[in-house]
Design a protein around this ligand. Structure first.
Ligand SMILES: Nc1ncnc2c1ncn2[C@@H]1O[C@H](COP(=O)(O)OP(=O)(O)O)[C@@H](O)[C@H]1O
Ligand SMILES: [Mg+2]
Length: 257
């Protein structure tokens, strides 16, 4: 059965887009039929794959074009619905609609994918709510700074409100990003998250300059830097901890579960 994941945090620059891109491409390489949807008017998803921004979401929602025509195939098993500043018009259209909270749910319902990944904007508008209502599973990337727990709680509060309207989530995960084990602050915040949210916390993604470079080259980490620490995690004794490869394993468990 198709699983829809939302990558959400009302804070910007926490690694939502990077995570959605890296995991979507990872799933595709495992032959999981994957759709990645850009819900952010910044339109960065297209750039991440070396493509131009374009109004994919606008065509889907406002022009009623079918998903099969709007989606762009970026590699085998991986399709993309792009975004750009026209996504702002999508919000306006949704606001005027009778079914304004479930438009995205309805559009995705009959799609034939194994996994849909929604890259959300750092806002709390009607499109954000649509994404959270369409989702089966919410992944909350967070930096490990003093406000980390606070940002996570904001999303969980919104999810709780949505649950009260009758929607049920299969689960959620918190993904610590920009993990730097040489700073005390990172370790303290990581322990704090683990204490507060226990099993919901996924293995952390190391801070890694290769990630920023990758985006600039329009490639994903799987092509540009597959052995970097963001992908492989860091060594703890002989064990590797964290990294996108391990997190991809967690995602596969959700998809197969
Ligand atoms: N693990 C990481 N290490 C270093 N830089 C990162 C890491 N993850 C993301 N970045 C960089 O941080 C910036 C913000 O990440 P992005 O994924 O766009 O966040 P968001 O979508 O939450 O705004 C980008 O320039 C990205 O390349
Ligand atoms: Mg983003």
């Amino acid at each position: 059965m198709m699983k829809i994941f939302a990558f959400a945090n009302q804070k910007g620059g926490v690694g939502k887009t990077t995570t959605a891109v890296t995991l979507a491409d990872g799933l595709a390489r495992l032959k999981i039929r994957t759709l990645l949807v850009d819900l952010d008017p910044q339109g960065h998803l297209a750039l991440s794959f070396g493509l131009e921004k374009s109004p994919g979401l606008y065509r889907l929602v406002c022009l009623d074009e079918p998903l099969s025509e709007v989606k762009v195939a970026v590699r085998p098993y991986l399709d993309l619905v792009t975004g750009d500043k026209q996504t702002e018009k999508v919000k306006r259209q949704i606001t005027l609609s009778d079914f304004r909270e479930t438009i995205l749910t309805d559009l995705l319902r009959d799609a034939s994918y194994d996994a849909v990944l929604l890259d959300m904007a750092p806002s709390l508008d009607v499109l954000h709510i649509n994404g959270l209502i369409a989702a089966d599973w919410v992944v909350i990337p967070t930096r490990l700074d003093a406000l980390a727990v606070d940002g996570v709680k904001e999303i969980l509060t919104t999810m709780a409100e949505i649950t009260r309207t009758g929607h049920s989530y299969q689960g959620y995960s918190i993904l610590p990003t920009f993990f730097d084990r040489t700073t005390r602050e990172t370790l303290i915040q990581f322990q704090d998250l683990a204490r507060t949210f226990s099993d919901h916390v996924w293995p952390p993604i190391p801070q890694d300059t290769r990630v920023r470079e990758t985006a600039a080259y329009g490639k994903t980490m799987w092509d540009y830097s597959p052995n970097s620490s963001a992908m492989e995690g860091y060594l703890e004794g002989r064990q590797k901890l964290g990294g996108y490869r391990q997190v991809l394993g967690r995602m596969m468990e959700v998809i197969n579960g």
